[in-house]
Design a protein around this ligand. Structure first.
Ligand code: ZN
Length: 309
């Protein structure tokens, strides 16, 4: 741990210390406890992340979270807004990741509006697949309202990616994940996104498991410190140690290295890491300095929230 305190801002948090933003048992007490834990871990602000499910479940969870947040000043300070990840993502195996493919839908302005209405003005980032947004109408709808549009769990061609950039796309979510384990060695979504790094914020799950350290070092060399953002993608098991847990109705296993796997070990399901652990790893595994770590974990995510483009 560094002696210099960084006020982390984490743009992708699905849960923390037993709390699951995508669970149906969200209570005022558990929300307050999770936010106290986040604060104790040096996290100044997060985007609570609501992931793919039926529209009904997503809107119910959003509305409940917003209502509970309004009633608790600490929760209001820590939860700066909401990141809606899905349901307009690529449903194909690998790209869909841990999201339930049956709940994935083509992008629709009407459905997007229902999600935003449920989030009552707190939507800050929407992760979608540009190739699943016909005519990029949802991308334009969000960009018009200064909501950050992020590509993720996606496989657009370079032409589709460029068209999305023109329509207001400004971020790429957890690059190196949300794609199959096996890809064409050159023509793949990671290379395409990196080729447009100068126009995108690019987020990375820096737990050393979602991306091996040498690969993360290479990615950061391409993006530069000024365009990269580090997120935890933390789930409810974050900070609880190895064991078996249930997240979003699915059973998962946290291994001794902090890997967060589906029960069949077929894919990763968010991470169990925390920002202080990430800070220590960025320092010791990648040799980054305090200044660079603060840029990745605090200043850049703060900038995403402030400017979007
Ligand atoms: Zn994801």
């Amino acid at each position: 741990m560094s002696s210099r305190k960084i006020a982390y801002v984490d743009l992708q948090v699905n849960g923390y210390h037993g709390l699951d933003f995508n669970g149906d048992q969200l209570s005022a007490g558990s929300l307050n406890t999770a936010c106290q834990r986040l604060k104790a871990d040096g996290v100044a602000g997060i985007l609570a992340t609501i992931t793919t499910d039926t529209l009904q479940r997503m809107t119910t969870r959003l509305a409940r979270l917003v209502a509970l947040r309004e009633a608790d000043p600490l929760v209001g300070r820590i939860i700066r807004g909401i990141h809606i990840e899905g349901p307009f993502i690529n449903p194909n195996p690998g790209y869909v990741g841990a999201h339930p493919a049956t709940a994935v839908q083509p992008a629709s302005t009407d459905l997007m509006q229902r999600l935003m209405d449920a989030a009552k003005g707190l939507t800050r980032i929407v992760t979608l697949a540009p190739e699943c947004d016909p005519c990029l109408t949802v991308t334009k709808q969000l960009a018009r309202q200064d909501i950050c549009v992020a590509a993720g769990h996606c496989n657009p061609t370079l032409d589709q990616l460029d068209a999305a950039l023109d329509a207001g796309l400004s971020m790429f979510t957890h690059l190196g994940n949300g794609c199959p384990l096996q890809l064409h060695r050159h023509d793949n979504i990671i290379q395409r996104a990196l080729s447009r790094a100068s126009k995108l914020w690019i987020s990375f799950i820096a737990d050393g498991i979602h991306i091996p350290w040498p690969a993360l070092g290479n990615y950061l060399a391409v993006t530069g410190m000024e365009r990269a953002v580090v997120v935890t993608d933390a789930i409810s098991a974050a900070g609880l140690g190895p064991g078996r847990y249930v997240h979003g109705g699915q059973e998962l296993v946290v291994d001794d290295e902090g890997g967060t796997w589906s029960a069949d070990r077929a894919h990763l399901m968010g991470s169990a890491t925390t920002m202080p652990q990430i800070e220590a790893n960025l320092k010791h595994k990648l040799g980054l300095g305090d200044r660079q770590i603060a840029t990745l974990t605090s200043e850049n995510p703060q900038r995403v929230l402030e400017q979007n483009r």
